[in-house]
Design a protein around this ligand. Structure first.
Ligand SMILES: Nc1nc2c(ncn2[C@@H]2O[C@H](COP(=O)(O)OP(=O)(O)OP(=O)(O)O)[C@@H](O)[C@H]2O)c(=O)[nH]1
Ligand SMILES: [Zn+2]
Length: 197
């Protein structure tokens, strides 16, 4: 999705607020009660923030700090990247940690760019599996490394607050390319993200 102009963003925000006011009424609230007067606009703003990844380009973020580095051929790991996303089934939060590793071929990227890519994909309506794959694909296609692996551990509010109501279940997903097809390489990564907890 393309970047929205400031004007379009504000127009959408107004329209969202109108709908949220109706939703509050349908939920049985008095929309004119003092504490709720500004709520539709607050929710509209919050939802635009939580889905702003639709209007951001993760590959461009990686390319903005991409450096040639011919000699380093070991794993680069950024672990424990906190993220918050919304599940596309219930629009309830799921959140946790992402761990990313890649083995450079010719290019490395600025370290902060990896969590930025995670955030851009997380701030959309998601499922955990697709979030995992999109981060992997973006890094593979942009940096063209020898391999990339992404592991995500998350809790889903739709499984905790409602539905099956399991408070302690953690969902783990992973995806990888290239050198990570070797079990030994995956093991090295898994061991490194397990330590120092
Ligand atoms: N695979 C996957 N499933 C998810 C994710 N987030 C939520 N879900 C699941 O999506 C499913 C939707 O199933 P439905 O039966 O259509 O929805 P539901 O009636 O609300 O299901 P319950 O949550 O079991 O009450 C549920 O099993 C959720 O747990 C995710 O990131 N990945
Ligand atoms: Zn859900």
């Amino acid at each position: 999705m393309e970047k929205l102009s400031e004007e379009q963003m504000l127009q959408n925000r107004d329209a969202l607020a109108t709908h949220y006011q109706e939703i509050l009424g349908l939920l049985g609230e008095d929309v004119n009660r003092e504490g709720l007067i500004k709520t539709p606009m607050r929710v509209a703003k919050a939802m635009q923030y939580l889905t702003k990844g639709y209007h951001e380009d993760p590959a461009a973020v990686l390319r903005s700090a991409m450096f040639e580095e011919e000699d380093y051929k070991q794993m680069v790991i950024v672990k424990d990247i906190d993220f918050f996303s919304l599940c596309e089934h219930h629009m309830l939060p799921f959140f946790g940690k992402a761990h990313v590793a890649y083995i450079p071929k010719k290019y490395i990227t600025g370290l902060s760019k990896i969590p930025r890519v995670v955030d851009i994909f997380a701030r959309r309506l998601q499922i955990q599996e697709r979030l995992t794959m999109q981060i992997k694909d973006c890094i593979q296609q942009t940096l063209d490394p020898l391999g990339v692996m992404v592991v995500i551990e998350a809790q889903h509010m739709c499984m905790q607050m409602r539905g099956v109501e399991k408070q302690n279940s953690l969902t783990t997903t992973s995806d990888f390319t290239g050198f990570f097809q070797q079990a030994k390489t995956r093991e090295e990564f898994m061991n490194l993200i397990k330590n120092n907890r």
